[in-house]
Design a protein around this ligand. Structure first.
Ligand code: GLU
Ligand code: ZN
Length: 882
């Protein structure tokens, strides 16, 4: 496979001003006619180089240049390009091609899902629909006519506004859509199917009325309201917080069952994985409701950060994704609990993005090379990209950041731009120089930040010294990396736990209790004055930078911070660090074959939390959650899978027994409210159920009969999936075999027709760490509801097994690795994007001991030798073996 480099970027030779498409949909093929109104790029010289159009898996039926039919000698055709010679600066290319959406299992381009036609063009799917300049810096207006059987496909949709429609004889009909906003081809969309919609209206800030429609299969029409509410909240929020108004008269969302990612922001016609739209109490958990709200917002926000202003090339992907994740995170924080949202985002980032940044696919937020762009829709581009935006926000402050985003949208509306253009707008609006800061875009790897303190009692000064470094990553040596700009928000706590006023040496006056220091040097000290007694520092509040911070806290200090830190995020963080210390001690005992002994300070810290009725219940639930096995793996030099699992389970068991009383009380009190309150998808109710459910999962570890009875009561009598699925998961992980089988069977019987609920049924079992995990997963692959052709199913069963069931996946005999490789080999032919994403756990082989390393590498080698590999799989496998 060929590597594409950012340094080779060249502006397009030709532009496309207008794109006129006609689709004739049939059961065994589709005909696409494209008329492209083109011209020589006026920014380049006046000569006329050859025109090279992208096109893959297309059967060319006819080609015309300015109405002149071209014969095979007039053009060159390869399996990826069509080349011809224009004779004038302005010209029209007409092509007709035949394609086969009915047999497209890669779910890229035009494909069929549950009987409907739909598209996914980002990043390079449009070239599987027609010959085109399939690159984001070629922006065109689009007119699209779709024709199909009226009975099978009563709904025919594309981007923009509907402008005409009509009947044909023989039962077919057609509709024409016009999108006046110039856009790159990756934002093109088409949908045809038998769909119902829920309709609503939104009146924009300038009093324009927008029609909102969410289209779903008829049986799902009762699961759309939450997404509609989320959409209206998003539209309002973007007006208020970013000054962004919607621009077309109609905004549509379509739910499809087979989808490689979460959702896609096609102009005016978002296409969503049904798991990211459908939500109602009986079938979707609280987490699913929050995910729907976040993804609806994310795709809607792309209308400005992505569509009105798009990316010049795919190396700039984080320009739209990092910014849009940052925007949707702020939205979710405003709609729910801001601290809990931050905790969840940081836990996810540190577990998964940090692992990516330390692995063979590590890349900068703005990569400089790729083989297959689909492999770069990563946690680094999305989540770390969002952290980079968050740091700019922290450094500039709310007001200057908003000025910067206004300037960015105004200056670049209708353009395809770069990350540098974004940063430039932020600099111009704020007057702050971000030159050094931009290293966050070009240097990969997670920086380490070691902090040391020195207190001088006589001088009443307190000095913090920061030492930063960044480990080597593919293509970047440690010694080549230059210091980052690291915003460190901090406070200093006195003996009562209050924030001290902060005055740095040389400053005239003290500032309030929390402030941001910019660490810009490899080593840098800051001295605070007027500090009467030795304080306890609270560092990196709110996780103000995506770094690995170390400070030599002892466990008593962490317990003190857990109770007193004025920053909610850092109270949680202190609890996590305490748990990490305690768990690492247990891991060591396990490895040395010693009797495990839990530090009772963790027990008493959690008891204090459980007994304090004034705390936010969602926070208590978060603080009761021990760091996950994947996070413990990430922070280990060599991850000992069995010791990590054994130590963590031992700690959970001990906590359950020691804290039985307060857990049982909180459980019963919350279950009582849940029993008597109808389901509401709002923060306060999420919080109550979160605490109730984590309490139940601890309680069941004691195996007491009253807990079993409570679990069965909750399972049977609840009115929502959050409580039901938790009860099911608790049973699945319990020793109560008969109750477990009965609940699993009843659940499957009740929900057999609901694919999304069955996904959860698969996941709960795939993640169960009881022995025999692989055999259970293999048996479930034979279940009638399972298919490798549906990405949600693959993720729910195989992805959950390899990603969450670490003890079973990493079985010492290598059976988990062999199984995963087998699935990757099958999926490579079926759906390369899904195959390559499924591979990730095998690429992390360097984390493990030598026996597991050898087994994992052998499976990667086997994939490499298995036959013709897609570019997607080849890139990941070859880079992880390099
Ligand atoms: N641009 C989409 C999003 O993050 C994902 C891309 C895809 O579906 O390929 O909103
Ligand atoms: Zn996105």
């Amino acid at each position: 496979s060929k590597t594409i480099y950012l340094k080779d970027y060249q502006a397009p030779d030709y532009l496309i001003d207008e794109t006129h498409l006609t689709f004739e949909l049939f059961e065994d093929h589709t005909l696409v006619h494209a008329q492209l109104v083109m011209r020589r790029n006026p920014a380049l010289s006046a000569d006329l180089p050859v025109l090279t159009l992208d096109g893959q898996q297309l059967e060319l039926l006819e080609l015309k240049l300015d109405d002149r039919a071209l014969s095979a000698t007039d053009y060159t055709l390869t399996d990826s390009h069509l080349t011809l010679q224009p004779t004038q600066a302005s010209f029209v290319v007409d092509s007709s091609v035949r394609i086969h959406p009915e047999s497209n299992t890669a779910l890229e381009g035009l494909y069929k899902s549950s009987g409907m036609f739909c598209t996914q063009c980002e990043a390079e799917g449009f070239r599987k629909i027609t010959y085109y300049l399939d690159r984001p810096d070629v922006m065109s207006s689009f007119t699209t006519t779709v024709s199909g059987d009226k009975q099978k496909y009563p709904i025919l949709l594309s981007n923009g506004n509907p402008v005409a429609s009509g009947q044909e004889d023989d039962g077919r009909h057609w509709a024409t859509w016009e999108d006046p906003f110039k856009k790159p081809a990756y934002l093109f969309a088409l949908v045809a199917g038998d769909l119902w919609c829920v309709e609503d209206k939104f009146t924009t800030v300038s009093s324009r009325e927008v029609t909102l429609r969410i289209y779903v299969e008829p049986e799902n029409i009762d699961k759309v309201q939450h997404a509609m509410d989320s959409l209206k909240k998003s539209m309002k929020w973007d007006e208020e917080v970013y000054g962004r108004e919607y621009d077309l008269d109609i905004f549509m969302i379509v739910a499809v069952n087979d989808f490689n990612m979460g959702a896609m922001e096609n102009k005016g016609l978002n296409i969503f994985n049904s798991s990211a739209v459908l939500a109602r109490a009986e079938t979707a958990t609280d987490a699913a409701h929050q995910r729907v709200e976040a993804i609806v917002a994310h795709e809607y926000f792309h209308n400005w950060s992505g569509n009105r202003v798009t990316c010049r090339d795919w190396f700039q992907l984080s320009l739209k994704e990092g910014f849009t994740v940052f925007r949707d995170a702020a939205f979710s924080a405003d709609m729910n609990s801001a601290t809990v949202k931050r905790i969840q985002d940081v836990a996810y980032l540190r577990t998964h993005q940090f692992a990516e940044d330390a692995g063979p696919m590590a890349h900068p937020v703005r990569p400089d090379a790729y083989m297959e762009i689909s492999n770069f829709y990563t946690l680094t581009i999305y989540e770390k990209g969002s952290e980079v935006l968050r740091m700019i926000h922290t450094l500039l402050g709310e007001e200057a950041f908003r000025k910067g985003s206004d300037l960015y949208f105004e200056r670049h509306d209708g353009q395809a731009v770069t990350c540098d253009d974004f940063v430039k707008a932020m600099e111009d609006a704020s007057g702050i120089d971000l030159t050094q800061f931009k290293r966050w875009y070009t240097q990969s790897g997670t920086p380490r930040l070691a902090v040391a303190e020195r207190y001088d009692a006589a001088a009443k000064t307190y000095t913090l010294t920061f030492i930063q470094s960044c480990p080597a990553t593919p293509g970047q040596r440690e010694s080549d990396k230059l210091p980052f700009v690291i915003p460190v928000e901090l406070g200093l706590l006195d003996a009562q736990g209050d924030d001290l006023p902060l005055r740095l040496q040389g400053e005239a006056a003290a500032a309030a209790g929390s402030r941001v220091l910019s660490v810009t040097e490899a080593q840098q000290s800051f001295t605070f004055v007027d500090i009467a007694e030795k304080p306890l520092p609270s560092l990196l509040r709110g996780f103000s930078a995506p770094v690995k911070l170390s400070f030599p806290y002892d466990r008593d200090q962490l317990m003190f911070l857990m109770q007193h830190d004025s920053d909610g995020f850092n109270r949680w963080e202190a609890g996590q660090q305490l748990s990490v210390q305690v768990l690492q001690e247990l891991i060591g005992q396990h490895q040395r074959g010693e009797t495990l002994e839990l530090d009772q300070r963790l027990v008493s810290a959690l008891r204090t939390l459980l007994q304090d009725g004034s705390l936010d219940q969602a926070m208590v639930a978060e603080m009761l959650s021990l760091p996950g096995e994947a996070y413990l793996t990430e922070i280990s030099d060599v991850a000992d899978v069995d010791a990590i699992h054994g130590a963590r389970e031992f700690a959970r068991q001990q906590l359950a027994e020691a804290l039985f009383e307060p857990l049982w009380q909180r459980y019963q009190a919350n279950r009582e409210v849940s029993r008597t309150t109808p389901y509401v998808a709002e923060a306060e109710h999420f919080a109550r159920r979160a605490l109730q459910n984590i309490a139940l999962s601890y309680l069941m570890l004691t195996g007491k009969p009253e807990v079993l009875a409570a679990t069965l009561e909750q399972y049977e009598a609840c009115d929502n999936m959050t409580e039901r699925l938790t009860a099911l998961a608790v049973l699945v992980n319990s020793p109560f075999e008969a109750e477990r089988s009965k609940a699993l069977a009843a659940f499957a019987e009740h929900f057999k027709d609901n694919a999304l609920v069955m996904d959860q049924w698969f996941s709960v079992q795939a993640a169960s760490t009881l022995p025999g995990g692989l055999a259970r997963v293999q048996a479930l692959m034979e279940h009638p509801a399972f298919t490798l052709k549906n990405p949600n199913k693959v993720r729910a069963l195989i992805g959950a097994f390899a990603g969450q069931n670490l003890v079973n996946f990493h079985a010492a005999d290598g059976s988990g690795y062999r199984f995963l490789a087998d699935q990757v080999i099958v999926l490579n032919a079926l759906n390369p994007q899904i195959a390559s994403r499924l591979l990730a756990p095998l690429t992390r082989w360097r984390k493990y001991g030598s026996e597991r390393q050898a087994l994992m590498k052998a499976e990667l080698e086997r994939i490499l030798a298995s036959g013709e590999l897609s570019a997607d799989v080849y890139e990941v496998v070859s880079k992880s073996l390099a």
